[in-house]
Design a protein around this ligand. Structure first.
Ligand SMILES: Nc1ncnc2c1ncn2[C@@H]1O[C@H](COP(=O)(O)OP(=O)(O)OP(=O)(O)O)[C@@H](O)[C@H]1O
Ligand SMILES: [Mg+2]
Length: 326
């Protein structure tokens, strides 16, 4: 299951991603955690020391390796150089699984031990000014998008991405790559304005979007969010002393998180799990082709000097049962 946390800067994306990851790990579920946020804090929120978090390998710096592995023997992709962030898999491509060892995880993922289980953590690497533009060949989140487009994930295994609701994710199609998107919103006008923008982009793509209210202090806050986002409001989370203690570098055992917040995390999991029945791999593949052609036309063809439409394998449909080629 592919799950994104998005929202305004400072809304609590990283905090809620990390709590959700801890919740999944505590139940023994396999998890790949991905930090694709502008401010790279997921490692710290999962309890890593700053020195360790800063030393994590950056996916953005390992794009050639990722591309080379994923392209496999796909005859439509002549070289890693001609592969852009939206290049879809086809016959001969290698797919990623949540529970396996592969060269991409070897190069980019590090184990993080949490109460109850160990997760894999991958980070895009810190963003620079140039990363914040639109469609870009070297885009940091491009590494994540490539991995998502080559992921054959099943039920009860999770890829959780902490990311920014920025122009990059809308230009590339990244925002359509998830089974469910949790939009973290504080009960403020700014908080819900990001929701409206996301909803607008998401409308034509069948994106499942749910709002998680954060830093909610009382009924008035809940009423405000309900009035602004209606049934899209899934749960609300209040101020957490557990989170505050964790921020001080003294994380209590995860089971000591407030009951209400444990309940909220279970609700997130149930909402995510329920989307499994809505999966449509054909549509998922069609959408990646759509965004690939769009990016090819707008900058990719020119940038690579090739007609990137030729990378599309018209008979290929991504899915759990697609045989991975060695
Ligand atoms: N429910 C909560 N209880 C207590 N503190 C919280 C809660 N949610 C978020 N915070 C605090 O608010 C601050 C911002 O949260 P966080 O870093 O998760 O937001 P973000 O959306 O990831 O921000 P950025 O856009 O900077 O990446 C952090 O100091 C975090 O500890
Ligand atoms: Mg963050």
């Amino acid at each position: 299951m592919k799950i994104a946390f998005v929202g305004k800067g400072g809304s609590g994306k990283t905090t809620l991603s990390s709590l959700f990851i801890r919740h999944l790990a505590a139940t023994g579920a396999p998890v790949v955690a991905v930090d694709a946020d502008i401010n790279q804090h997921l490692g710290a929120a999962l309890g890593l020391d700053d020195a360790v978090a800063d030393g994590l390998p950056a996916m953005g710096a390992r794009l050639p390796l990722i591309k080379d592995y994923l392209r496999g023997t796909n005859p439509r992709i002549a070289s890693a150089d001609s592969m852009i962030k939206t290049t879809p898999p086809g016959e001969g491509s290698r797919l990623l699984r949540v529970r396996e060892d592969n060269p991409v995880y070897d190069a980019c993922a590090r184990p993080v031990e949490l109460d109850g289980g160990t997760v894999r953590l991958m980070v895009t690497g810190p963003f620079t000014e140039a990363d914040l533009g639109v469609a870009c060949y070297h885009s940091k989140t491009g590494a994540v998008e490539l991995c998502l487009n080559h992921l054959a994930d099943g039920r009860d295994e999770y890829v959780v991405v902490d990311m920014t609701a920025g122009s990059d994710s809308f230009a590339s199609g990244m925002f359509t790559r998830f089974d469910i998107t949790f939009l973290v919103a504080e009960p403020t006008r700014k908080g819900v304005s990001v929701y409206r923008q996301y909803k607008e982009y998401a409308r034509d793509y069948g994106v499942t979007l749910k709002v998680v209210g954060n830093k909610v202090q009382g009924q008035d806050d809940v009423d405000f969010l309900r009035a602004e986002v209606g049934d899209d409001l899934l749960v609300t989370v209040g101020h957490s002393d557990w989170v505050r203690a964790m921020e001080k570098g003294r994380p209590p055992r995860f089971e000591l998180l407030e009951d209400g917040n444990h309940r909220a995390l279970r609700a997130l999991r149930e909402a995510a799990d329920a989307t499994y029945e809505l999966r449509d791999w054909e549509r998922y593949t069609r959408q990646m082709v759509h965004f690939h052609l769009k990016n090819a036309r707008s900058w990719g063809n020119e940038r690579t000097g090739t007609d990137l439409a030729a990378q599309v394998d018209p008979d290929f449909v991504l899915g759990e049962r697609v045989a991975a080629t060695a």
